[in-house]
Design a protein around this ligand. Structure first.
Ligand code: LLP
Length: 434
């Protein structure tokens, strides 16, 4: 993050005074630092070019944060985009991402979504038999040849939260190794399906390197098999998953080290197995955008339970960041309007939602705080806005993109009217509702 402390003791991100941003755009606010996002895109691209001897492409797993502005920045950096729904696909297309850099994932795409994928011309990553057969029918009806990749379950374990592991055999994603040859045989007979490559993704927030190196070896074996069945496979999409630093204890490998490990493992496996180098695709989400954003809140009420703890409540919580309550994720906080104040208080930073589990940070070390002080929670670029909800009918926050002292609104704050926009009252109820 391009962060500094200004003379007024305020936190400055992307050249913008964060407490002043809150005055201008309201609270809470997601603040996305454009330079940090672009730097991560460049690190992935440069490392791929440096360490992989063949063609390569980095695609942004936009589930981490999908909106027009983010897709547009990533597109300008010449990355591709991974989408997993009609909504994400629409956004990427509207942001101008070319179809040959668009990959459509998901384990249960609807017929409408598959149709939308076909029309966009993107590559469709087929997850299972049901999708394969649906897609064949749609492609026949449209009289089009659809570029596809096949998602395989590689049977590789890694250490991360159970909810975000995907490579183990008992996973809802991808074709089981036992079925793969049958799938290859089937696809080889479908003129409307052009199987350009294979895909696997083993999980998220991973700090080990070995699972991805192992994955490379497994996937190259399957590429070889696919070619034996006559499939025109030339792409290997190795997924994402590199973890980021949320707290001082976290020590993930760098982007460069991760890419080097993956690239060398693929190149090595190709050499030993006599397989031509595929176009290597990596699809990181969290490690591209996670550390590029912070969430700024205002302090409200406080409660001290004598001898136990002090709760400091902010004006957001699990609706803008569901990760602590979902995955017990740990974050760091700063007092953004008094950056040099001594961190004398051990505080439980609570949200405003109606359940006890709505705690942003269990143990935050902060100065003594008063109402309207500004708290910034760091590392909220990934899976925060994208997983935000209207729980308790709380409007979703706005987001700004900051760079060189300028801020641009990229997501408008929801209004109370927005919240009831889709509500309908049956006629039988309108009388009593007045
Ligand atoms: N590719 C596929 C097929 C994926 O399923 C994912 C993430 C990625 C790439 C990107 O993974 P990343 O580089 O971000 O680790 N909501 C959870 C994370 C869920 C990840 C789902 N898939 C969280 O907040 O931790």
């Amino acid at each position: 993050l391009t962060a500094q402390v200004a003379e007024n003791d305020h936190l400055v991100v992307g050249g913008c005074d964060v407490p002043q941003l809150l005055e201008r755009y309201g609270s809470p606010l997601y603040v996305l630092d454009e330079d940090t996002l672009r730097a991560a895109c460049q690190q992935y691209r440069d490392a791929m070019q440096q360490y992989y001897p063949g063609e390569s492409l980095v695609i942004y797993a936009s589930k981490a944060w999908n909106c027009l502005a983010v897709c547009a920045v990533v597109n300008q950096e010449n990355l591709g985009i991974d989408v997993v729904s009609g909504g994400e696909l629409l956004t990427a297309v509207k942001a101008g991402v070319p179809s040959d850099r668009l990959y459509f994932h998901g384990n249960n795409k609807s017929l409408d979504e598959l149709q939308q994928g076909i029309e966009s011309g993107c590559r469709i990553v087929v997850d299972n038999w049901f999708e394969l057969k649906s897609l064949r029918q749609l492609a026949q009806a449209a009289n089009k040849t659809v570029p596809i990749l096949l998602r395989l379950t590689p049977g590789i374990e890694c250490h991360t939260h159970e909810y975000i592991r995907t490579g183990h055999l008992d996973s809802k994603f991808g074709f089981d190794p036992d079925q793969i040859e049958e799938v290859f045989q089937f696809v080889a007979q479908q003129p409307q399906l052009s199987c350009l490559g294979l895909h696997a993704h083993i999980g998220s927030q991973i700090f080990e390197l070995q699972p991805h190196a192992d994955l490379a070896g497994v996937m190259v074996q399957w590429l070889k098999k696919a070619a034996e069945y006559g499939l025109p496979v030339s792409e290997l999409d190795i997924g994402g998953g590199l973890g980021i630093c949320y707290t001082e204890q976290d020590d993930p490998p760098s982007i460069e080290t991760w890419v080097k490990t993956v690239a060398e493992a693929v190149a090595q496996a190709c050499e030993t197995q006599g397989v031509p180098l595929p176009k290597l695709i990596a699809e990181p989400g969290r490690s591209l955008i996670g550390t590029a954003a912070v969430t700024a809140y205002k302090v409200g009420s406080q409660k001290t339970v004598p001898g136990i703890r002090t709760y400091v409540a902010v004006d957001g919580g699990m609706s803008d960041n569901p990760r602590p309550i979902t995955y017990q994720s740990v974050y760091r906080a700063l007092a953004a309007n008094q950056m040099s104040a001594p961190l004398t208080e051990k505080t439980t930073l609570a949200g405003k939602h109606c359940e006890s589990g709505d705690v942003v940070i269990q143990e935050a070390y902060l100065p003594a705080l008063a109402a309207n002080d500004v708290i910034v929670v760091a590392g909220t670029g990934a899976y925060n806005y994208s997983m935000a909800s209207n729980y308790n009918r709380v409007p979703r926050p706005a987001a700004v993109l900051v760079k060189a002292g300028e801020a641009h609104l990229i997501i408008q704050r929801e209004t109370l009217q927005d919240l009831i926009r889709h509500d309908c009252l049956p006629a039988s109820l309108t009388a009593t509702a007045g």
